[in-house]
Design a protein around this ligand. Structure first.
Ligand code: GTP
Ligand code: MG
Length: 171
């Protein structure tokens, strides 16, 4: 059959935001794991959509591993940035990491689509995707296409909308 276009995606965001849970849901069911543990370093995962074959660098969000992220920036053609919408206390840390990312020389002047997941929307205390987008000042991102989706990665809700957007940006 027709070979799908290959795309490298960086999956970034603070520890416990749900990156691995999201990527796991996007994989075919026979490749999904039941027990998700905090990522050590990073893990390379693959999933396909109708027109693309994604290779995802699922990075650990723990503070001690965040310095690994930048080594993969050149490799990435798109970014999935995950936020725990219930973690109000660390929203400012998420913003700092995002700003550092956006100002990095390997990212700054490239047209890289960024898909944001305002994840854990199921939590009673979760902020809306509009609120998350305001707190992260996403409207200031002028040189890259971006999109934010509320998601519940445990139930798999909101993920398809995001991936459809990402596919449209790349294909
Ligand atoms: P690191 O690998 O440490 O950077 O974390 P991560 O971003 O990969 O988070 P991970 O996917 O390991 O999920 C952390 C915890 O959040 C797990 O217990 C998940 O089950 C839980 N979780 C992920 N997504 C959701 C969600 O949408 N809602 C709720 N309630 N819990 C979630
Ligand atoms: Mg992880």
């Amino acid at each position: 059959g027709l070979k799908k276009k290959e795309v490298n995606v960086l999956c970034l965001g603070l520890d416990n935001s749900g990156k691995t849970t999201i990527i796991n849901q996007l994989k075919p069911s026979n490749a999904q794991t039941q027990d998700i543990v905090p990522t050590i370093g990073f893990s390379i995962e693959k999933f396909k959509t109708s027109s693309l074959s994604f290779t995802v660098f699922d990075m650990s969000g723990q503070g001690r591993y965040r310095n690994l992220w930048e080594h993969y920036y050149k490799e990435g053609q798109a970014i999935i940035f995950v936020i725990d919408s219930g973690d109000k206390l660390r929203m400012v840390v998420a913003k700092e990491e995002l700003d550092t990312l956006l100002n990095h020389p390997d990212i700054k002047h490239r047209r890289m689509p960024i898909l944001f997941f305002a994840n854990k929307m199921d939590l009673r205390e979760a902020l809306s995707s509009v609120k998350v987008s305001q707190l992260l000042c996403l409207e200031n991102i002028k040189d890259k296409p971006w999109h934010i989706c509320a998601s519940d990665a445990v139930k798999g809700e909101g993920l398809q909308e995001g991936v459809d957007w990402l596919q449209d940006q790349i294909k």
